[in-house]
Write a protein that binds this ligand. Structure first.
Ligand code: 3PG
Length: 394
């Protein structure tokens, strides 16, 4: 059920589970994507006359009140983004929260303090869920990015109040459905990042669902080494060689083409501008390390993309934070953006540092959809049921 089904909301108290776990540095918000994407749901509810009570976790205070992890500064950020006042309550349950909610008028917005200041949140304690439910008549979950956590505010409370998906939750689920539910074929997946070990389930699930699986980033080194390549000083996981070979075997059984790098950009040091050259993916010199996939590999990826109808992208192809080892990621991203605009490619990205990589490549707004979720996006791609989504009946 979405906000379309929530017609008679005027005067009602709506508990809106948001994900305001935004990146910060020295107490300053460094990326407002999650805040901006939350605004349509808040505006819609407030415009319909609901009394909007926003709750969220922030960071990992582990059941304690940690002042640096207060959501208080987020009320101002939210107010700036919405261009309307947002109140703040110094607790998310109990008398303080109850009094603040009771003082709300129709169309007003209140942000509650960090849900994780209470140990009951992460334990999905029924008492915590009941205390949250007491604050509202209706529950709306817009925190897809926290939906992989079965916590009181993401799961427990959804069973105690009429529960609906917010607009951001709806957009995330629609995009993922388009990518892997009943996708237009062929489907290409690009998976990068450092470690095979953290993406085993992801690779396993994707190899049964997509037509082409492109493996880049440092995790490709592990696959290449497992096939007998000399990887020099490249990052790789020697203990994952057998697993990597198993993944390749499974993909073959599923008729999924796995595209591994055929050339690599190897450098002397893990540093911007370090001396580097393009080498065969089978023989990285002993004193060098692979930091990006090479130009021939980029051409091969681009050829697969030209024939694709759907793309799922998780993880950069190289060490994109240190130029020029961002080259492959930037070039492939540019091609994805252009095919999305001109050839109707459905391009979905998300998870981990994919958003930073796509922002760095300047294509964040030029893909069909980029998820604001990290772990939840990955778990969805792994084929897992997300408790926060399941609790909405989805
Ligand atoms: C995220 O940023 O991925 C979500 O907010 C979940 O945060 P967590 O990993 O601390 O549960």
């Amino acid at each position: 059920r979405t906000l379309d089904d929530l017609t008679d909301v005027a005067g009602k108290r709506v508990l809106l589970r948001a994900d305001l776990n935004v990146p910060t540095s020295d107490g300053k918000i460094t990326d407002r994507t999650r805040i901006d994407r939350l605004c349509p749901t808040i505006r819609e509810l407030a415009n319909k006359g609901a009394r909007v009570v926003v709750c969220s976790h922030f960071d990992r205070p582990r059941g304690k009140r940690v002042p640096e992890m207060s959501l208080a500064p987020m009320a101002e950020a939210l107010s700036d983004a919405l261009e309307r006042p947002v109140g703040f309550a110094d607790d998310c349950i109990g008398p303080v929260a109850e009094a603040a909610v009771a003082a709300l008028k129709d169309g007003e917005i209140l942000l509650l303090e960090n849900t994780r200041f209470h140990a009951g949140e992460e334990k999905n304690d029924p008492a915590m869920a009941a205390a949250l439910a007491k604050l509202a008549d209706v529950y709306v979950n817009d925190a897809f990015s926290a939906a992989h956590r079965a916590h009181a505010s993401t799961e427990g409370v959804a069973h105690l109040l009429p529960a609906y998906a917010g607009r951001l939750m709806q957009a995330e689920l629609d995009a993922l459905q388009a990518a892997l539910g009943k996708p237009a074929r062929p489907v290409v997946a690009i998976v990068g990042g450092a470690k095979v070990s953290t993406k085993l389930d992801l690779l396993g699930n994707l190899s049964g669902k997509v037509d082409v699986l492109v493996i880049g980033g440092a995790m490709a080194n592990t696959f290449l080494a497992a096939q007998g390549a000399a990887m020099g000083r490249s990052l790789q996981e020697a203990e994952m060689h057998a697993t990597a070979l198993d993944i390749l075997e499974t993909a073959k059984d599923n008729n999924c083409e796995v595209l591994l790098p055929v050339d690599l950009v190897a450098a002397e040091r893990f540093e911007a501008g370090s001396p580097h050259r393009t080498v065969s993916a089978m023989s990285v010199p002993e004193d060098m390390m692979a930091l990006d996939v090479g130009p021939e590999t980029v051409r091969m990826i681009e050829a697969r993309l030209r024939g694709a109808s759907t793309l799922v992208w998780n993880g950069p192809l190289g060490a994109f934070e240190i130029p020029p080892f961002d080259t492959a990621t930037v070039e492939v991203a540019a091609m994805v953006a252009s095919l999305t605009a001109s050839a109707g490619l459905v391009s979905i990205g998300g998870g981990g540092d994919t958003v930073s990589a796509l922002r760095h490549a300047g294509v964040l707004d030029r893909m069909t959809y980029v998820s604001s979720a990290g772990g939840a996006f990955l778990e969805w791609l792994e084929g897992k049921t997300l408790p926060g989504v399941a609790a909405l009946g989805g």
